[in-house]
Write a protein that binds this ligand. Structure first.
Ligand SMILES: Cc1cc2nc3c(=O)[nH]c(=O)nc-3n(C[C@H](O)[C@H](O)[C@H](O)COP(=O)(O)OP(=O)(O)OC[C@H]3O[C@@H](n4cnc5c(N)ncnc54)[C@H](O)[C@@H]3O)c2cc1C
Length: 203
């Protein structure tokens, strides 16, 4: 079956993958706009963060910290072509927090959850006449992935990598604590998170 799919992958992609992607994109676009317009996300955000903290505390209790943790985000949602086989043996923590929480036009800042992606943020900011200072071009790239990994675009020659346009971050560390960091608060953590690939906690 796998050989058949590989040999005729063109047909499989055109008849199945592309239509399914289109439907998924339309569904997510509608869902994200509704969540933003209803302004329901800020209220739910604190509860969602508590759920992440609880999962980390459960991990400590159930495994004694002996099994590594990872995000539960399936590989097909990430940009990387790497198969995330390690996820099968790791303790998966659901961090599917994907909403835009607040836009402060006075300060020129936007507060988002870690799985909010570039396409989603641009679609909301553009009608308001705003844009992120650095917009890595692929719509599916997430804020969490760009901070823990990396993100770059032409405007980076002026503003730096994506991580460095982030004013402050919130991270759930391996003991389940929620820690805020910025240039002025827990600055060592703020500067250590970029390129850390999730090894310091969950954003
Ligand atoms: C084909 C391809 C094209 C690319 N093109 C570009 C480009 O045009 N411009 C550009 O700037 N970059 C590009 N990149 C690089 C890309 O931006 C990085 O690989 C980025 O980290 C991927 O983000 P993602 O949202 O897919 O995150 P993931 O790959 O899911 O995550 C990246 C890392 O961050 C960790 N992580 C993710 N979310 C969290 C979280 N909430 N808490 C803790 N850890 C977390 C993951 O565990 C992983 O280690 C490209 C990469 C590929 C494979």
């Amino acid at each position: 079956m796998l050989d058949f799919l590989i040999k005729y992958r063109g047909i499989f992609v055109v008849l199945f993958v592309l239509p399914v992607s289109l439907v998924f994109k339309a569904y997510m676009g509608t869902r994200n706009r509704l969540a933003f317009w209803q302004n329901s996300a800020p209220e739910k955000h604190a509860d969602r963060v508590k759920k992440v903290q609880q999962q980390v505390k459960d991990w400590q209790e159930k495994t004694g910290g002996n099994i590594p943790m990872c995000t539960a985000r399936p590989g097909w949602q990430a940009m990387s072509l790497k198969q995330g086989n390690y996820k099968k043996t790791h303790y998966q923590v659901d961090v599917s927090l994907m909403d835009i929480l607040e836009i402060d036009e006075e300060k020129g800042t936007v507060r988002v959850e870690p799985m909010a992606n570039m396409g989603q943020i641009s679609a909301i900011l553009k009608p308001l006449g705003w844009s992120l200072a650095v917009v890595p071009e692929l719509d599916a790239l997430t804020v969490g992935g760009l901070i823990n990994g990396f993100g770059i675009e032409a405007s980076s020659h002026k503003y730096g990598l994506f991580q460095y346009i982030c004013e402050s971050l919130e991270i759930v560390t391996a003991d389940g604590e929620l820690v805020k960091c910025s240039k002025d608060e827990n600055s060592e953590l703020y500067y250590a998170i970029p390129w850390s690939y999730g090894s310091l906690g969950f954003l």
